[in-house]
Design a protein around this ligand. Structure first.
Ligand code: PMP
Length: 355
């Protein structure tokens, strides 16, 4: 750290992304990426004359992309904000919506970035414990009078709240923004986007990183009341108006033109998830009822960290968190069926090794 860094940043506990080791070709089941390539339309769009246009700034209004998103989700363009990954939406939301009292509330076990953003902006975080079974009790979030953020489905548990439960939270917190992070909603959850027409305090964020096979393109979007969207635009135009590059913009449009391709890939992930769940259960694992592109699993024959290490030694990366309450679990991204078979075989070997 240099002597120039402001004191308020000196103790930041930054987010630690999932590892990307280069020492060998791993089966990468640790960062919830898609195992599938983007659709042909995206590959064509990116390899087009648009490359030559890189000398020009990108469209700060992202109008073509917003129009596609609004069509797909049945809202108006003015209800859509697009961002450099949904992390940017979370970032701006913590910056803009934590209120004069600078308070935020989110589940104790959830996406690790929430706490990081709260710390970055000096926001006091109320982190509400999950229930024993790792589910969220929606009643804990009623009448909070604070900025609320909930991942639905939640990560790393994969569990969902119902639309009704979220509506109760939104309804009882009318003076605060409720941000529902739907990064994983396409793998079996139910979106609350329709509720954004009814409630001006509900913001929904989504990403192209998971179900749309484009984590490396960095593209996310939010849907909400047009005033909330204007607030996000205000922050964007006060920081980085050209927040999405030209190639990502055309890739986003092209992806939405082949929506069926992506929805089929989601179905395939769900099928592979069911296979993985069945096989892990046979091996003695307990799992949460995940509605995402990952499973959250633990077993009695080996502790979570040791399993993570042994899988890594066999060339398979999964995500282990050292948090006390979940340290016996691993979060395993669902890949292709071949990758999941390799995972199951590796775990069978490990089970034999530790006998
Ligand atoms: N929300 C959740 C719950 C996530 O797990 C992730 C991915 N790590 C994100 C948001 C951010 O995704 P991205 O910035 O790639 O859109």
């Amino acid at each position: 750290m240099s002597k120039f860094l402001k004191n308020c940043y000196a103790n930041l506990d930054a987010y630690v992304p999932g590892e990307q080791p280069k020492d060998c070709e791993y089966i990468k089941l640790n960062t919830n990426e898609s195992p599938f390539e983007p659709s042909e339309s995206v590959i064509k769009a990116v390899n087009s004359d648009e490359v030559k246009n890189l000398r020009l700034y990108s469209d700060p209004t992202a109008s073509a992309l917003k129009s596609k998103i609004s069509e797909l989700y049945g809202v108006n363009s003015e209800n859509v904000y697009v961002a450099n990954g949904s992390d940017d939406i979370l970032n701006f939301s913590f910056m803009a919506f934590s209120g004069e009292s600078k308070q935020a509330v989110f589940p104790e076990i959830s996406y690790g970035f929430y706490k990081v953003f709260a710390n970055l902006y000096g926001i006091e975080s109320e982190m509400i414990p999950l229930k024993e079974d790792f589910s969220i009790d929606y009643k804990d979030y009623l009448y909070k009078n604070k900025f609320i953020i909930i991942a639905n489905p939640n990560a790393p548990t994969g569990l969902t709240l119902s639309v009704k439960e979220i509506e109760e939270i939104v309804k009882t917190n009318k003076n605060n923004v409720v941000l529902i992070d739907e990064a994983y909603v396409d793998f079996g959850g139910e979106s609350v986007v329709p509720l954004t027409k009814k409630y001006d305090n509900l913001l929904v964020s989504m990403t192209f990183s998971k179900s749309r096979c484009m984590a490396g393109a960095r593209l996310g979007f939010a849907i909400g009341n047009k005033e909330l969207i204007k607030d996000l635009e205000l922050i964007k135009y006060s920081t980085n108006p050209y927040n999405i590059n030209r190639l990502t913009l055309v890739a986003g449009v092209a992806a939405l033109e082949e929506n069926d391709y992506y929805m089929d890939r989601c179905k395939e992930i769900i099928k592979n998830r069911e296979y993985t769940e069945k096989e892990l259960k046979k091996l003695g694992f307990t799992l949460t009822d995940s509605k995402t592109n990952f499973v959250f699993a633990q077993c009695d024959f080996i502790d979570g960290e040791e399993l993570y290490k042994r899988l890594k030694a066999k060339g398979i990366l999964v995500r282990h968190f050292s948090l006390e309450k979940i340290k016996n679990y691993n979060r395993i991204t669902i890949g292709t069926i071949e990758q999941m078979r390799a995972l199951i075989n590796a775990i069978k070997e490990i089970k034999e090794e530790v006998k």
